[in-house]
Write a protein that binds this ligand. Structure first.
Ligand code: ARG
Length: 590
Protein backbone atom coordinates (compact mmCIF):
# COMPACT_ATOMS: atom_id res chain seq x y z
CA UNK A 1 0.00 0.00 0.00
CA UNK A 2 1.27 3.44 -0.85
CA UNK A 3 2.09 5.81 1.98
CA UNK A 4 -0.18 8.80 2.60
CA UNK A 5 2.72 11.06 1.86
CA UNK A 6 3.09 9.43 -1.58
CA UNK A 7 -0.58 10.08 -2.29
CA UNK A 8 -0.14 13.71 -1.26
CA UNK A 9 2.91 13.96 -3.51
CA UNK A 10 0.90 12.62 -6.44
CA UNK A 11 -1.93 15.06 -5.92
CA UNK A 12 0.29 18.09 -5.39
CA UNK A 13 2.40 17.12 -8.40
CA UNK A 14 -0.74 17.02 -10.53
CA UNK A 15 -1.84 20.38 -9.12
CA UNK A 16 1.55 22.02 -9.78
CA UNK A 17 1.49 20.64 -13.33
CA UNK A 18 -2.05 21.76 -14.08
CA UNK A 19 -1.12 25.26 -12.93
CA UNK A 20 1.76 25.15 -15.42
CA UNK A 21 4.61 24.51 -12.96
CA UNK A 22 7.13 21.71 -12.96
CA UNK A 23 5.85 18.81 -10.86
CA UNK A 24 9.31 18.34 -9.34
CA UNK A 25 8.48 21.17 -6.91
CA UNK A 26 5.69 19.15 -5.33
CA UNK A 27 7.64 17.45 -2.56
CA UNK A 28 5.71 17.04 0.67
CA UNK A 29 7.13 16.46 4.12
CA UNK A 30 5.75 15.83 7.58
CA UNK A 31 5.02 19.16 9.19
CA UNK A 32 7.39 20.33 11.87
CA UNK A 33 4.57 22.53 13.21
CA UNK A 34 1.80 20.03 13.98
CA UNK A 35 -0.17 22.90 15.55
CA UNK A 36 -0.49 24.51 12.11
CA UNK A 37 -0.77 21.55 9.78
CA UNK A 38 0.01 17.85 9.38
CA UNK A 39 1.93 17.91 6.11
CA UNK A 40 3.60 20.71 4.26
CA UNK A 41 5.12 21.49 0.88
CA UNK A 42 7.67 24.25 0.39
CA UNK A 43 7.92 23.83 -3.38
CA UNK A 44 6.35 27.17 -4.27
CA UNK A 45 9.31 28.94 -2.68
CA UNK A 46 11.72 27.12 -4.98
CA UNK A 47 9.45 27.42 -8.03
CA UNK A 48 9.23 31.18 -7.52
CA UNK A 49 12.84 31.56 -8.68
CA UNK A 50 12.31 29.65 -11.90
CA UNK A 51 8.99 31.28 -12.78
CA UNK A 52 9.90 34.73 -11.48
CA UNK A 53 6.67 35.05 -9.53
CA UNK A 54 5.87 35.69 -5.90
CA UNK A 55 5.92 32.35 -4.04
CA UNK A 56 2.58 33.08 -2.39
CA UNK A 57 0.97 33.52 -5.79
CA UNK A 58 2.14 30.06 -6.89
CA UNK A 59 1.14 28.52 -3.55
CA UNK A 60 -2.33 30.05 -3.83
CA UNK A 61 -2.87 28.74 -7.33
CA UNK A 62 -1.87 25.23 -6.27
CA UNK A 63 -3.91 25.39 -3.06
CA UNK A 64 -6.94 26.46 -5.09
CA UNK A 65 -6.63 23.30 -7.21
CA UNK A 66 -6.42 21.09 -4.11
CA UNK A 67 -9.00 22.79 -1.94
CA UNK A 68 -11.89 20.52 -2.92
CA UNK A 69 -9.88 17.32 -2.99
CA UNK A 70 -11.40 14.64 -0.74
CA UNK A 71 -7.97 13.79 0.66
CA UNK A 72 -7.64 17.11 2.43
CA UNK A 73 -9.68 18.82 5.10
CA UNK A 74 -7.37 21.78 4.59
CA UNK A 75 -5.02 22.77 1.75
CA UNK A 76 -3.98 26.35 2.20
CA UNK A 77 -1.32 28.75 1.07
CA UNK A 78 0.48 30.62 3.82
CA UNK A 79 2.94 33.51 3.51
CA UNK A 80 5.61 33.65 2.23
CA UNK A 81 4.69 30.62 0.10
CA UNK A 82 4.09 27.48 2.12
CA UNK A 83 1.41 24.95 1.34
CA UNK A 84 -0.12 23.56 4.52
CA UNK A 85 -2.22 20.43 4.52
CA UNK A 86 -4.49 18.55 6.85
CA UNK A 87 -5.75 15.12 5.89
CA UNK A 88 -9.50 14.71 5.86
CA UNK A 89 -10.84 12.58 8.71
CA UNK A 90 -12.86 10.40 6.36
CA UNK A 91 -9.90 9.77 4.08
CA UNK A 92 -7.69 8.87 7.04
CA UNK A 93 -10.27 6.48 8.50
CA UNK A 94 -10.56 4.80 5.14
CA UNK A 95 -6.80 4.49 4.82
CA UNK A 96 -6.48 2.90 8.27
CA UNK A 97 -9.33 0.55 7.50
CA UNK A 98 -7.36 -0.69 4.50
CA UNK A 99 -4.29 -1.12 6.67
CA UNK A 100 -6.36 -3.09 9.15
CA UNK A 101 -7.60 -5.44 6.45
CA UNK A 102 -4.02 -6.33 5.58
CA UNK A 103 -3.77 -8.49 8.69
CA UNK A 104 -0.14 -9.46 8.24
CA UNK A 105 1.72 -6.37 7.06
CA UNK A 106 -0.74 -3.51 7.73
CA UNK A 107 -0.13 -1.88 4.39
CA UNK A 108 3.64 -2.06 4.60
CA UNK A 109 5.10 -1.97 1.08
CA UNK A 110 7.41 -4.96 1.10
CA UNK A 111 10.20 -5.15 -1.43
CA UNK A 112 9.52 -6.36 -4.92
CA UNK A 113 13.18 -7.22 -5.38
CA UNK A 114 14.28 -9.31 -2.41
CA UNK A 115 18.00 -9.20 -1.79
CA UNK A 116 20.10 -11.78 0.00
CA UNK A 117 21.82 -10.15 2.93
CA UNK A 118 24.15 -11.90 5.36
CA UNK A 119 24.65 -10.43 8.80
CA UNK A 120 27.77 -11.18 10.79
CA UNK A 121 26.86 -10.52 14.40
CA UNK A 122 27.22 -11.90 17.89
CA UNK A 123 30.90 -12.77 17.47
CA UNK A 124 31.27 -14.63 20.78
CA UNK A 125 34.54 -16.34 21.60
CA UNK A 126 34.47 -20.03 22.35
CA UNK A 127 35.31 -21.06 25.93
CA UNK A 128 34.99 -17.50 27.15
CA UNK A 129 31.73 -16.44 28.75
CA UNK A 130 29.65 -13.86 26.93
CA UNK A 131 30.28 -10.43 28.32
CA UNK A 132 28.38 -7.24 27.77
CA UNK A 133 30.61 -6.29 24.83
CA UNK A 134 28.81 -9.05 22.94
CA UNK A 135 25.41 -7.83 24.01
CA UNK A 136 25.18 -4.90 21.64
CA UNK A 137 26.20 -6.93 18.61
CA UNK A 138 23.55 -9.54 19.39
CA UNK A 139 20.77 -7.05 20.05
CA UNK A 140 21.45 -4.78 17.08
CA UNK A 141 22.20 -7.57 14.60
CA UNK A 142 19.08 -9.49 15.55
CA UNK A 143 16.95 -6.41 15.00
CA UNK A 144 18.48 -5.57 11.63
CA UNK A 145 17.86 -9.15 10.55
CA UNK A 146 14.21 -9.01 11.60
CA UNK A 147 13.57 -5.61 10.01
CA UNK A 148 15.03 -6.93 6.75
CA UNK A 149 12.81 -10.01 6.87
CA UNK A 150 9.71 -7.94 7.51
CA UNK A 151 10.62 -5.87 4.45
CA UNK A 152 10.79 -9.10 2.42
CA UNK A 153 14.53 -9.63 2.10
CA UNK A 154 16.36 -12.88 2.62
CA UNK A 155 18.42 -12.31 5.74
CA UNK A 156 21.01 -14.86 6.86
CA UNK A 157 22.50 -14.43 10.30
CA UNK A 158 25.93 -15.92 11.01
CA UNK A 159 27.34 -15.91 14.55
CA UNK A 160 30.99 -15.97 13.42
CA UNK A 161 32.42 -17.71 16.47
CA UNK A 162 35.89 -16.82 17.64
CA UNK A 163 37.10 -20.41 17.70
CA UNK A 164 40.61 -20.21 16.32
CA UNK A 165 43.93 -19.22 17.74
CA UNK A 166 45.88 -19.29 20.96
CA UNK A 167 42.87 -19.64 23.27
CA UNK A 168 42.44 -23.21 22.00
CA UNK A 169 46.09 -24.06 22.59
CA UNK A 170 45.82 -22.64 26.10
CA UNK A 171 42.86 -24.83 26.96
CA UNK A 172 44.57 -27.93 25.58
CA UNK A 173 47.76 -27.20 27.51
CA UNK A 174 45.95 -26.66 30.79
CA UNK A 175 43.87 -29.77 30.31
CA UNK A 176 47.01 -31.77 29.66
CA UNK A 177 48.51 -30.54 32.95
CA UNK A 178 45.38 -31.51 34.84
CA UNK A 179 44.49 -34.79 33.16
CA UNK A 180 47.62 -36.06 31.37
CA UNK A 181 46.23 -39.59 31.08
CA UNK A 182 43.41 -38.69 28.71
CA UNK A 183 43.78 -40.45 25.35
CA UNK A 184 43.79 -37.10 23.48
CA UNK A 185 47.36 -36.51 24.61
CA UNK A 186 48.69 -39.96 23.70
CA UNK A 187 50.23 -39.65 20.26
CA UNK A 188 50.19 -43.40 19.76
CA UNK A 189 46.50 -43.71 20.47
CA UNK A 190 44.62 -44.75 17.36
CA UNK A 191 41.24 -45.80 18.74
CA UNK A 192 38.00 -43.85 18.87
CA UNK A 193 37.91 -40.92 21.29
CA UNK A 194 35.20 -40.76 23.97
CA UNK A 195 31.90 -39.19 22.93
CA UNK A 196 31.57 -37.22 26.15
CA UNK A 197 33.67 -34.15 26.68
CA UNK A 198 36.27 -34.42 29.47
CA UNK A 199 34.96 -31.16 31.01
CA UNK A 200 31.74 -29.27 31.70
CA UNK A 201 31.02 -25.71 30.67
CA UNK A 202 31.82 -24.37 34.14
CA UNK A 203 35.14 -26.20 34.11
CA UNK A 204 35.87 -24.87 30.66
CA UNK A 205 35.10 -21.33 31.76
CA UNK A 206 37.49 -21.76 34.66
CA UNK A 207 40.22 -23.53 32.63
CA UNK A 208 40.57 -20.80 30.05
CA UNK A 209 41.16 -17.81 32.35
CA UNK A 210 43.56 -19.73 34.57
CA UNK A 211 45.53 -20.93 31.52
CA UNK A 212 45.57 -17.43 30.14
CA UNK A 213 46.85 -16.02 33.46
CA UNK A 214 49.58 -18.67 33.70
CA UNK A 215 50.79 -18.01 30.16
CA UNK A 216 51.34 -14.38 31.02
CA UNK A 217 53.72 -15.25 33.84
CA UNK A 218 55.32 -18.40 32.56
CA UNK A 219 56.97 -18.23 29.13
CA UNK A 220 57.62 -21.98 29.01
CA UNK A 221 53.89 -22.53 29.54
CA UNK A 222 53.07 -20.05 26.82
CA UNK A 223 55.45 -21.85 24.44
CA UNK A 224 53.62 -25.09 25.16
CA UNK A 225 50.32 -23.42 24.37
CA UNK A 226 51.70 -22.01 21.13
CA UNK A 227 53.02 -25.42 20.20
CA UNK A 228 49.64 -26.99 20.95
CA UNK A 229 47.91 -24.33 18.82
CA UNK A 230 50.31 -25.07 15.99
CA UNK A 231 49.75 -28.82 16.24
CA UNK A 232 46.00 -28.37 16.43
CA UNK A 233 46.04 -26.18 13.33
CA UNK A 234 48.17 -28.76 11.57
CA UNK A 235 45.67 -31.50 12.20
CA UNK A 236 46.86 -33.43 15.26
CA UNK A 237 44.08 -35.96 15.77
CA UNK A 238 43.69 -35.85 19.55
CA UNK A 239 43.67 -32.06 19.58
CA UNK A 240 41.10 -31.89 16.81
CA UNK A 241 38.90 -34.18 18.89
CA UNK A 242 39.36 -31.87 21.87
CA UNK A 243 38.48 -28.88 19.68
CA UNK A 244 35.16 -30.47 18.78
CA UNK A 245 34.45 -31.12 22.45
CA UNK A 246 35.28 -27.51 23.29
CA UNK A 247 33.03 -26.31 20.46
CA UNK A 248 30.13 -28.58 21.41
CA UNK A 249 30.16 -27.65 25.06
CA UNK A 250 30.59 -23.97 24.33
CA UNK A 251 28.02 -23.73 21.58
CA UNK A 252 25.38 -25.48 23.70
CA UNK A 253 25.95 -22.89 26.39
CA UNK A 254 26.00 -20.00 23.93
CA UNK A 255 22.74 -21.14 22.36
CA UNK A 256 21.10 -21.17 25.78
CA UNK A 257 22.36 -17.67 26.50
CA UNK A 258 21.27 -16.29 23.16
CA UNK A 259 17.87 -17.98 23.50
CA UNK A 260 17.36 -16.06 26.75
CA UNK A 261 17.96 -12.91 24.74
CA UNK A 262 15.55 -14.03 22.01
CA UNK A 263 18.45 -14.10 19.55
CA UNK A 264 18.94 -16.91 17.03
CA UNK A 265 21.40 -17.52 14.21
CA UNK A 266 20.91 -19.33 10.92
CA UNK A 267 24.57 -20.27 10.76
CA UNK A 268 26.91 -21.27 13.55
CA UNK A 269 30.08 -20.92 11.53
CA UNK A 270 33.31 -19.89 13.12
CA UNK A 271 36.75 -18.63 12.30
CA UNK A 272 37.93 -22.25 12.10
CA UNK A 273 35.55 -22.88 9.18
CA UNK A 274 37.46 -20.33 7.13
CA UNK A 275 40.87 -21.97 7.53
CA UNK A 276 40.58 -24.50 4.66
CA UNK A 277 40.06 -21.59 2.24
CA UNK A 278 43.22 -19.75 3.21
CA UNK A 279 45.92 -21.51 1.14
CA UNK A 280 44.15 -21.11 -2.23
CA UNK A 281 43.13 -17.56 -1.44
CA UNK A 282 46.68 -16.57 -0.54
CA UNK A 283 48.08 -18.29 -3.62
CA UNK A 284 45.65 -16.42 -5.84
CA UNK A 285 46.52 -13.08 -4.25
CA UNK A 286 50.17 -13.78 -4.93
CA UNK A 287 49.67 -15.11 -8.45
CA UNK A 288 47.58 -12.14 -9.49
CA UNK A 289 50.17 -9.75 -8.15
CA UNK A 290 48.11 -8.18 -5.39
CA UNK A 291 50.11 -9.53 -2.46
CA UNK A 292 53.79 -8.81 -1.92
CA UNK A 293 56.35 -9.29 0.83
CA UNK A 294 57.02 -6.27 3.02
CA UNK A 295 59.37 -6.60 5.99
CA UNK A 296 58.90 -10.35 5.83
CA UNK A 297 55.10 -10.25 5.95
CA UNK A 298 52.73 -10.80 3.04
CA UNK A 299 50.60 -7.68 2.49
CA UNK A 300 48.13 -6.10 0.06
CA UNK A 301 48.12 -2.32 -0.37
CA UNK A 302 44.70 -0.83 0.24
CA UNK A 303 45.29 2.90 0.38
CA UNK A 304 43.39 5.12 -2.04
CA UNK A 305 44.18 8.56 -3.47
CA UNK A 306 41.21 10.17 -1.79
CA UNK A 307 42.19 8.99 1.71
CA UNK A 308 42.53 11.77 4.22
CA UNK A 309 44.17 9.55 6.78
CA UNK A 310 46.75 6.82 6.47
CA UNK A 311 45.24 3.40 5.69
CA UNK A 312 48.00 0.82 6.29
CA UNK A 313 48.35 -2.23 4.02
CA UNK A 314 46.22 -5.27 4.84
CA UNK A 315 48.45 -7.98 6.29
CA UNK A 316 47.67 -11.44 4.91
CA UNK A 317 50.36 -13.60 6.52
CA UNK A 318 52.83 -12.85 9.30
CA UNK A 319 56.54 -13.28 8.63
CA UNK A 320 56.43 -16.78 10.16
CA UNK A 321 53.68 -17.66 7.69
CA UNK A 322 50.95 -17.68 10.33
CA UNK A 323 47.51 -16.36 9.43
CA UNK A 324 45.80 -13.51 11.27
CA UNK A 325 42.35 -12.17 12.17
CA UNK A 326 42.41 -10.45 8.72
CA UNK A 327 43.22 -13.64 6.90
CA UNK A 328 40.33 -15.39 8.57
CA UNK A 329 37.87 -12.60 7.76
CA UNK A 330 38.97 -12.59 4.12
CA UNK A 331 38.70 -16.37 3.85
CA UNK A 332 35.27 -16.15 5.48
CA UNK A 333 34.24 -13.86 2.64
CA UNK A 334 35.46 -16.55 0.23
CA UNK A 335 33.12 -19.25 1.57
CA UNK A 336 30.27 -16.82 2.04
CA UNK A 337 30.45 -15.85 -1.63
CA UNK A 338 30.93 -19.42 -2.76
CA UNK A 339 28.11 -20.97 -0.73
CA UNK A 340 25.62 -18.10 -0.52
CA UNK A 341 26.61 -15.42 -3.04
CA UNK A 342 24.99 -12.65 -0.97
CA UNK A 343 24.21 -9.19 -2.39
CA UNK A 344 25.42 -7.66 0.83
CA UNK A 345 27.22 -8.58 4.03
CA UNK A 346 26.64 -6.42 7.11
CA UNK A 347 29.10 -6.65 10.00
CA UNK A 348 27.73 -5.60 13.36
CA UNK A 349 30.93 -5.10 15.33
CA UNK A 350 32.38 -2.65 17.87
CA UNK A 351 33.16 0.61 16.07
CA UNK A 352 36.76 0.45 17.29
CA UNK A 353 37.27 -2.20 14.58
CA UNK A 354 36.30 0.22 11.80
CA UNK A 355 39.78 0.80 10.36
CA UNK A 356 40.38 -2.93 10.40
CA UNK A 357 37.22 -3.56 8.39
CA UNK A 358 38.08 -0.78 5.96
CA UNK A 359 41.29 -2.68 5.21
CA UNK A 360 39.53 -6.04 4.92
CA UNK A 361 36.76 -4.70 2.64
CA UNK A 362 39.16 -2.87 0.35
CA UNK A 363 41.37 -5.91 0.15
CA UNK A 364 38.38 -8.14 -0.67
CA UNK A 365 37.26 -5.79 -3.45
CA UNK A 366 40.73 -5.25 -4.84
CA UNK A 367 41.61 -8.94 -4.94
CA UNK A 368 38.14 -9.69 -6.37
CA UNK A 369 36.96 -11.98 -3.60
CA UNK A 370 33.69 -10.11 -4.15
CA UNK A 371 32.30 -8.45 -7.25
CA UNK A 372 31.95 -4.71 -7.79
CA UNK A 373 28.32 -4.66 -6.75
CA UNK A 374 28.55 -6.77 -3.60
CA UNK A 375 28.07 -4.41 -0.68
CA UNK A 376 30.28 -4.93 2.36
CA UNK A 377 28.94 -2.78 5.15
CA UNK A 378 30.45 -2.07 8.53
CA UNK A 379 27.80 -1.26 11.09
CA UNK A 380 29.91 -0.20 14.06
CA UNK A 381 28.42 0.32 17.48
CA UNK A 382 29.60 2.40 20.40
CA UNK A 383 30.43 1.37 23.93
CA UNK A 384 27.91 0.60 26.61
CA UNK A 385 28.99 2.72 29.57
CA UNK A 386 28.05 2.79 33.24
CA UNK A 387 26.63 5.86 34.94
CA UNK A 388 30.19 7.09 35.50
CA UNK A 389 30.62 7.34 31.71
CA UNK A 390 33.21 4.56 31.66
CA UNK A 391 32.72 1.07 30.13
CA UNK A 392 30.13 -0.83 32.15
CA UNK A 393 31.63 -2.90 34.98
CA UNK A 394 30.47 -5.01 37.90
CA UNK A 395 30.18 -3.30 41.29
CA UNK A 396 33.59 -4.76 42.09
CA UNK A 397 35.01 -3.23 38.92
CA UNK A 398 35.39 -6.47 36.95
CA UNK A 399 34.10 -7.44 33.51
CA UNK A 400 30.35 -8.01 33.78
CA UNK A 401 29.15 -11.36 32.51
CA UNK A 402 26.11 -11.05 30.35
CA UNK A 403 24.22 -13.64 32.36
CA UNK A 404 24.77 -11.72 35.57
CA UNK A 405 23.62 -8.48 34.04
CA UNK A 406 20.45 -10.11 32.80
CA UNK A 407 19.85 -11.73 36.22
CA UNK A 408 20.24 -8.39 37.93
CA UNK A 409 17.68 -6.71 35.72
CA UNK A 410 15.28 -9.65 35.97
CA UNK A 411 15.42 -9.28 39.74
CA UNK A 412 14.85 -5.53 39.63
CA UNK A 413 11.87 -6.04 37.35
CA UNK A 414 10.47 -8.83 39.51
CA UNK A 415 10.39 -6.46 42.50
CA UNK A 416 8.52 -3.86 40.45
CA UNK A 417 6.01 -6.35 39.15
CA UNK A 418 5.12 -7.83 42.52
CA UNK A 419 4.66 -4.31 43.85
CA UNK A 420 2.31 -3.50 40.97
CA UNK A 421 0.44 -6.76 40.71
CA UNK A 422 -0.12 -7.92 44.23
CA UNK A 423 -2.36 -10.85 43.27
CA UNK A 424 -0.05 -12.24 40.59
CA UNK A 425 1.26 -15.73 41.33
CA UNK A 426 4.98 -15.97 41.84
CA UNK A 427 5.80 -17.99 38.73
CA UNK A 428 3.82 -15.63 36.50
CA UNK A 429 5.58 -12.69 38.14
CA UNK A 430 8.96 -14.29 37.42
CA UNK A 431 8.07 -14.97 33.81
CA UNK A 432 6.60 -11.51 33.31
CA UNK A 433 9.69 -9.96 34.90
CA UNK A 434 11.89 -11.74 32.35
CA UNK A 435 9.80 -10.54 29.43
CA UNK A 436 9.74 -6.95 30.65
CA UNK A 437 13.43 -6.97 31.62
CA UNK A 438 14.38 -8.02 28.11
CA UNK A 439 12.42 -5.08 26.71
CA UNK A 440 14.27 -2.77 29.10
CA UNK A 441 17.68 -4.02 27.97
CA UNK A 442 16.92 -4.15 24.27
CA UNK A 443 14.96 -0.93 23.97
CA UNK A 444 17.55 0.85 26.12
CA UNK A 445 20.15 -0.17 23.59
CA UNK A 446 18.23 0.07 20.32
CA UNK A 447 16.66 3.46 21.00
CA UNK A 448 20.12 5.01 20.60
CA UNK A 449 21.82 5.44 17.27
CA UNK A 450 24.07 2.36 17.17
CA UNK A 451 27.31 4.24 16.54
CA UNK A 452 26.93 6.33 19.70
CA UNK A 453 28.15 5.28 23.13
CA UNK A 454 25.33 5.12 25.64
CA UNK A 455 24.86 4.93 29.37
CA UNK A 456 23.33 1.75 30.66
CA UNK A 457 21.10 3.22 33.33
CA UNK A 458 19.19 0.34 34.91
CA UNK A 459 16.86 2.62 36.82
CA UNK A 460 15.85 4.60 33.76
CA UNK A 461 15.64 1.60 31.42
CA UNK A 462 13.35 -0.34 33.77
CA UNK A 463 11.01 2.58 34.40
CA UNK A 464 7.40 2.18 33.25
CA UNK A 465 7.38 5.82 32.22
CA UNK A 466 9.32 7.75 29.62
CA UNK A 467 11.10 6.51 26.52
CA UNK A 468 11.62 2.93 27.68
CA UNK A 469 10.80 -0.64 26.68
CA UNK A 470 8.55 -1.21 29.72
CA UNK A 471 6.54 1.93 28.81
CA UNK A 472 5.86 0.49 25.35
CA UNK A 473 4.86 -2.85 26.87
CA UNK A 474 2.68 -1.06 29.40
CA UNK A 475 0.85 0.60 26.52
CA UNK A 476 0.26 -2.75 24.82
CA UNK A 477 -0.91 -4.32 28.07
CA UNK A 478 -3.29 -1.39 28.62
CA UNK A 479 -4.85 -1.99 25.19
CA UNK A 480 -5.11 -5.72 25.84
CA UNK A 481 -6.97 -5.07 29.03
CA UNK A 482 -9.46 -2.70 27.35
CA UNK A 483 -10.05 -5.23 24.58
CA UNK A 484 -10.69 -7.98 27.14
CA UNK A 485 -13.12 -5.83 29.12
CA UNK A 486 -14.94 -4.85 25.92
CA UNK A 487 -15.41 -8.51 25.09
CA UNK A 488 -16.55 -9.30 28.62
CA UNK A 489 -19.18 -6.59 28.29
CA UNK A 490 -20.49 -8.40 25.24
CA UNK A 491 -18.97 -6.10 22.64
CA UNK A 492 -17.95 -7.34 19.25
CA UNK A 493 -16.00 -5.67 16.48
CA UNK A 494 -16.91 -8.24 13.86
CA UNK A 495 -18.52 -5.90 11.41
CA UNK A 496 -17.21 -2.70 12.91
CA UNK A 497 -14.75 -0.38 11.26
CA UNK A 498 -12.55 2.57 12.00
CA UNK A 499 -14.59 5.77 11.84
CA UNK A 500 -13.49 9.33 11.08
CA UNK A 501 -11.81 10.95 14.09
CA UNK A 502 -13.98 13.10 16.32
CA UNK A 503 -11.24 14.60 18.47
CA UNK A 504 -7.77 16.03 18.13
CA UNK A 505 -6.25 13.17 20.14
CA UNK A 506 -8.01 10.53 18.09
CA UNK A 507 -6.77 12.10 14.89
CA UNK A 508 -3.19 12.29 16.17
CA UNK A 509 -3.33 8.60 16.98
CA UNK A 510 -4.67 7.84 13.52
CA UNK A 511 -1.96 9.91 11.84
CA UNK A 512 0.71 8.06 13.81
CA UNK A 513 -0.76 4.72 12.79
CA UNK A 514 -0.74 5.74 9.15
CA UNK A 515 3.04 6.32 9.37
CA UNK A 516 3.92 2.73 10.20
CA UNK A 517 5.10 1.89 6.67
CA UNK A 518 7.28 4.99 6.38
CA UNK A 519 8.93 4.29 9.73
CA UNK A 520 9.75 0.68 8.91
CA UNK A 521 10.99 1.54 5.43
CA UNK A 522 13.41 4.14 6.67
CA UNK A 523 14.58 1.90 9.52
CA UNK A 524 15.54 -0.67 6.90
CA UNK A 525 17.01 1.75 4.38
CA UNK A 526 19.20 3.38 7.01
CA UNK A 527 19.93 0.19 9.00
CA UNK A 528 18.46 2.06 11.94
CA UNK A 529 16.40 0.16 14.52
CA UNK A 530 16.31 3.38 16.57
CA UNK A 531 13.79 4.69 14.03
CA UNK A 532 11.42 1.89 14.97
CA UNK A 533 11.88 2.86 18.63
CA UNK A 534 11.19 6.53 17.92
CA UNK A 535 8.09 5.52 15.98
CA UNK A 536 6.60 3.30 18.69
CA UNK A 537 7.36 5.88 21.35
CA UNK A 538 5.38 8.49 19.40
CA UNK A 539 2.63 5.96 18.72
CA UNK A 540 2.43 4.95 22.39
CA UNK A 541 2.26 8.58 23.46
CA UNK A 542 -0.54 9.20 20.98
CA UNK A 543 -2.41 6.15 22.22
CA UNK A 544 -2.09 7.10 25.87
CA UNK A 545 -3.16 10.65 25.16
CA UNK A 546 -6.24 9.40 23.31
CA UNK A 547 -6.98 6.96 26.14
CA UNK A 548 -6.89 9.70 28.77
CA UNK A 549 -9.15 12.00 26.77
CA UNK A 550 -11.72 9.48 25.63
CA UNK A 551 -14.42 7.42 27.36
CA UNK A 552 -14.03 4.13 25.56
CA UNK A 553 -15.79 1.48 27.61
CA UNK A 554 -18.44 3.97 28.75
CA UNK A 555 -19.22 5.18 25.22
CA UNK A 556 -22.93 4.79 24.57
CA UNK A 557 -22.98 4.90 20.78
CA UNK A 558 -22.12 1.29 19.97
CA UNK A 559 -20.83 2.00 16.46
CA UNK A 560 -18.53 4.72 17.76
CA UNK A 561 -17.33 2.42 20.54
CA UNK A 562 -16.68 -0.44 18.13
CA UNK A 563 -14.73 2.02 15.94
CA UNK A 564 -12.54 2.90 18.91
CA UNK A 565 -11.97 -0.76 19.56
CA UNK A 566 -10.88 -1.32 15.95
CA UNK A 567 -8.47 1.56 16.32
CA UNK A 568 -7.02 0.18 19.55
CA UNK A 569 -6.73 -3.25 18.05
CA UNK A 570 -4.79 -1.89 15.08
CA UNK A 571 -2.53 0.06 17.45
CA UNK A 572 -1.86 -3.08 19.43
CA UNK A 573 -0.94 -5.21 16.42
CA UNK A 574 1.29 -2.51 14.97
CA UNK A 575 3.09 -2.07 18.29
CA UNK A 576 3.48 -5.84 18.53
CA UNK A 577 4.88 -6.03 15.01
CA UNK A 578 7.38 -3.32 15.86
CA UNK A 579 8.58 -4.84 19.13
CA UNK A 580 8.91 -8.15 17.35
CA UNK A 581 11.46 -6.64 14.97
CA UNK A 582 13.23 -5.16 17.97
CA UNK A 583 13.39 -8.69 19.37
CA UNK A 584 11.08 -8.65 22.38
CA UNK A 585 7.47 -9.35 23.28
CA UNK A 586 4.70 -8.10 25.53
CA UNK A 587 3.25 -10.00 28.51
CA UNK A 588 -0.49 -10.37 29.18
CA UNK A 589 -0.28 -8.04 32.18
CA UNK A 590 2.42 -6.37 34.21
N1 ARG B 1 35.08 -12.40 18.07
C1 ARG B 1 35.32 -11.00 17.86
C2 ARG B 1 35.43 -10.27 19.20
O1 ARG B 1 35.01 -10.78 20.23
C3 ARG B 1 34.24 -10.33 17.05
C4 ARG B 1 34.06 -10.87 15.64
C5 ARG B 1 33.49 -9.85 14.72
N2 ARG B 1 33.24 -10.35 13.37
C6 ARG B 1 34.15 -10.50 12.44
N3 ARG B 1 33.82 -10.98 11.25
N4 ARG B 1 35.42 -10.20 12.64
O2 ARG B 1 35.94 -9.16 19.20
Amino acid sequence: MKKIIDFIDEETAAAFASCGYDAKYAKTTLSNRPDLCEYQCNGALAAAKEYKKAPIQIAEEVAEKLSNHPMFSMAEAVRPGFLNFRISEAYLADYLEKMRQDTKYFGLERTKEPRRIMIDYGGPNVAKPLHIGHLRSAIIGESIKRIGRLMGHEMIGDVHLGDWGLQMGLIITELKERKPDLPYFDENYSGEYPLDAPFTISELEEIYPSASAKSKEDTAYKDLAMQATFELQNGRRGYQALLSHILNVSVTDLKRNYANLNVTFDLWKGESDAQPYIPDMVQKMKDEGYAYISEGALVVDVKEDTDTKEIPPCMILKSDGASLYNTTDLATIVWRMQDYNPDEIIYVVDKRQELYFTQVFRCAKKTKLVGEDTILKFHGFGTMNGKDGKPFKTREGGVMRLEHLVDEINEEMYQKIINNQTQMKDDEARKTAQIVALSAIKYGDLSNQAAKDYIFDIERFTSFEGNTGPYILYTIVRIKSILTKYKELGGSKDDAKILPAKSESEKSLMLELSRFGAAMESAFAETAPHKVCAYIYALSNALNHFYHETKILAEEDKAVQAGYICLLDLTKTILETCIDVLGFQAPERM
